[in-house]
Design a protein around this ligand. Structure first.
Ligand SMILES: [Zn+2]
Length: 114
């Protein structure tokens, strides 16, 4: 938990709301949803406030970045992009994750990262 906050910063990736350990609003969520085959790895987890996490549901990260920005919030696009790239590298190294691969590739294309 602490390591993820150190890596990503102490705020929600979707709205920039400040968050820290012990804060009831702090959650960690999967950038590639578990439902879409996203692994329970640190590379796939980012800090998010409870509100953004709940409202996002299984929305794709690229679409959710757009949605949040459209509401005048300040999503941390750089952190989400870095998570997707790190996850891609981790999967390449460790193998497996056959369901997550095409989803991840599509998201990287949508974000102009591939
Ligand atoms: Zn938020």
């Amino acid at each position: 938990m602490q390591a993820i906050l150190d890596r990503d910063g102490r705020c929600c990736v979707w709205c920039s709301r400040p968050l820290d350990v012990g804060d009831r609003a702090l959650t960690f969520e999967h950038v590639v949803p578990r439902l879409k085959g996203g692994p329970a790895w640190a590379e796939n987890e980012v800090p998010a406030c409870r509100t953004c996490n709940r409202q996002r549901g299984h929305t794709a990260p690229s679409a959710w970045l757009e949605e949040r920005a459209g509401r005048g919030l300040r999503p941390r696009r750089d952190v989400v992009e870095r998570a997707l790239l790190d996850l891609r590298d981790a999967i390449a190294e460790r193998g497996g994750q056959r369901r997550a691969r095409p989803y991840l590739a599509r998201e990287l294309r949508r974000l102009g990262l591939e």
